[in-house]
Each structure stands twice: as C-alpha cells, then as structure tokens.
Design a protein around this ligand. Structure first.
Ligand SMILES: NC(=O)c1ccc[n+]([C@@H]2O[C@H](COP(=O)([O-])OP(=O)(O)OC[C@H]3O[C@@H](n4cnc5c(N)ncnc54)[C@H](OP(=O)(O)O)[C@@H]3O)[C@@H](O)[C@H]2O)c1
Length: 236
C-alpha cells in the first residue's frame, strides 16, 4: 500500500531534504511550499514522479484548508505529517530590543500555524494504520537545556519561545492521543546551516539534519508526546 507524507516548507533547506529522502523510501510525498514558482522548481529538481506540489502558507487557515482539499483528491490518509515550515525572525535581536510585532509573527507561523495544521490534518493522519505527526523544534526550546547551557546560547526570544510553545502543544496533543491514537512528537535536527540562520558556518548539512529527523519519524519506537534530539528523548 502506498504511504503518503506531507512536508511543509519544503521548497528548500531541511524540508526539501526530508522530501528527497522520503521519495527514496518510496513514499508519495506532498511537497508543501507557499510560493508556487519556488515549489514547482523544487519538485522539478527532485526528478521523481511520486511527488506533488501542494501550496500552503501555514499562517493562513484558508490556505491550509485548500491544501487539505488538494490532498484529499489523491488520498484519504496521511502516514506522516511533518510540520517543518518555520521562521526565525529575531536572529541577533536581544529580548530587550525585540518588537512585539516580530514576536507575534514568530507565533503566527511557528505556533498558530502548526496548531492549525494539526487540527486540519488530524482526520487524515488518524486514517493511516500508524499515522504520525512530527513537529520541528530546536534544542534551544528545551528550557532545561537552554538554562543549563548545554546548547548554543542563542537568546532569540521570538524563535525559541514559539518553539517552546510548539513543545507544549506536542505534549498536550500527545496526552490526548494516549497510547492508541496517532503519534505526535517533536524533533530537533540540531544546528544545520540553512537560510534560516544565514547559512551560518559550522552546522551540518540539510541532508544530515533531515536524516536525524527521519530516523525518529520512521522508527518502530512510539515517541508519542516526547521531544527528541539526535540522541533520543530530550528534557522539557
Ligand atoms: N537550521 C537549523 O539549524 C534548525 C535547527 C533546529 C530546527 N530547525 C527547524 O527546521 C525547520 C526548517 O528550517 P530550515 O533550517 O530548513 O529553514 P529554511 O531553509 O529557512 O526553510 C524554511 C521553510 O519554511 C517555509 N516557510 C516559512 N514561513 C512559512 C509559512 N508561513 N508557510 C509555509 N511555509 C513557510 C519557507 O518558505 P519560503 O522559502 O517561501 O520562505 C521554507 O521553505 C524550521 O521549523 C526550523 O525552525 C532548524
């Protein structure tokens, strides 16, 4: 039976690599992009037949609903939903200098966008034999690790706190799903050089980041309600 996956924010970076690696594993993948031209270019550059472009801007509920209709034309179920789309609008801005509009924009996309995606696509994930929802997080969103200084001390309040809120959302849906429902968990790939951080030197490649995410996403282990890094379950 064909397995279906939907990856948001997949025209570039980690999302693009997630799509490529899932295609190699013979999933039918819906490549989410908010810009049609960039999305089409990404689909064409992959060179696979089992990939379809789905336009989606996760900050717009109507766009998410339209994306759901498009996917329902192809399948009634999703084995894997990867909420990868995200923004980091306050790189190098101190909390004391952060504008509230910037803080709101991070929450609009990262938190409310992910929340809407989960609510809209949950019925499709529930129809898969073992449906999973994976939310991209960051190790800086672990309050414990950030406070302990175990991770990069990039004190970006908007980005980090919107990802901490995603962790909280992961826990809340995970509690609701329990042991019988679909699985939902957060994964951080760790520092990956992409446009998100201005392709900062020293990070792993997007392909390496995607591999870490898929190791957990395709694992036999049930990680429902947890957040994970490359080594496994992370503290909150
Ligand atoms: N890079 C890292 O070190 C790192 C570490 C931990 C977690 N992550 C997470 O990994 C995910 C992917 O990041 P990346 O590093 O690959 O960044 P990236 O290269 O900047 O890619 C981000 C993707 O999200 C899309 N996007 C942004 N806003 C969107 C919206 N409103 N609706 C739909 N798509 C939207 C972008 O589309 P456009 O091209 O149209 O802007 C792009 O496709 C993010 O959630 C990020 O927080 C990254």
């Amino acid at each position: 039976m064909t397995k279906y996956a939907f990856v948001t924010g997949a025209n570039k970076g980690i999302g693009y690599e997630l799509v490529r690696q899932l295609l190699e594993k013979e999933y039918h993948v819906f490549l989410g992009a908010r810009d049609e031209e960039l999305g089409q270019q990404a689909v064409e550059s992959l060179g696979f037949s089992n990939v379809s472009l789905v336009l989606v801007d996760i900050s717009d509920i109507h766009s998410i609903q339209y994306a759901k209709h498009r996917i329902l034309e192809v399948t009634d179920h999703l084995d894997l939903l990867i909420n990868n789309a995200g923004i980091a609008p306050d790189f190098n801005i101190k909390p004391s200098e952060l504008k509230v509009e910037t803080l709101r924009s991070a929450f609009d996309v990262n938190f409310f966008g992910t929340f809407h995606m989960i609510q809209e696509f949950l019925p499709l994930v529930q129809k898969a034999p073992r449906g999973k929802i994976v939310n991209l997080t960051t190790d800086m969103a672990s309050q414990t690790k950030f406070d302990n200084g175990e991770v990069h001390q990039l004190n970006f309040l908007a980005y980090n706190s919107s990802k901490t809120a995603i962790n909280s959302l992961t826990l809340a849906f995970g509690k609701e799903f329990g042991e019988s429902g679909p699985e939902i968990f957060g994964v951080t790939p760790g520092f990956t050089s992409t446009d998100l951080n201005g392709n900062a030197p020293g990070g792993q490649s997007a392909a390496e980041g995607a591999e870490i995410i898929l190791t957990h996403a395709l694992s036999e282990t049930n990680y429902n309600g947890k957040i994970l890094d490359r080594n496994g379950v992370m503290p909150w």
